[in-house]
Design a protein around this ligand. Structure first.
Ligand SMILES: [Zn+2]
Length: 132
């Protein structure tokens, strides 16, 4: 983010290109995070399954105590995995819409959502009026 020009207008417009870049780097971040705690579900595209922290529970060498730790950590990972998965789906949907040219349109009323709003929540699918 360099600002070498004299333009310091805070209302400077963000371009769709910048949002797309933001979405793609967000997608990478989410996938990196997901890969740490989950594996892609081969049967359901877009679905991820939490994995056990120490490489699976069927090694036979893990002590009972360690297995208990694994189960505990697995349980705390599930909600995180779910929320990352939902976020990734939203980001992917947004990227797909940019490609189709339907990005930034409210899915309820069809009005254009201001880019300023899309910058703050790039995966938003509703305008401010239709949100919740
Ligand atoms: Zn709307």
């Amino acid at each position: 983010m360099q600002s070498t020009t004299q333009n310091s207008d805070p209302a400077e417009k963000i371009s769709l290109e910048q949002i797309e870049k933001k979405l793609k780097s967000e997608k990478e971040n989410i996938e990196t995070e997901l890969n740490k705690i989950a594996v892609p579900n081969k049967n359901i595209p877009g679905d991820w399954q939490s994995k056990f922290p120490y490489g699976g529970g069927d090694s036979g060498t893990a002590s009972l105590e360690r297995q208990a730790d694994e189960v505990e950590e697995y349980t705390t990972r599930l909600p995180l995995e779910r929320s990352l998965e939902n976020k990734l789906a939203a980001v992917n949907a947004a990227i797909g819409k940019i490609a189709k040219g339907t990005y930034g349109k409210c899915e309820k009323c069809g009005k254009s959502i201001p880019l300023e709003r899309m910058e703050i929540s790039p995966e938003a699918i509703f305008c401010v009026d239709c949100q919740d």
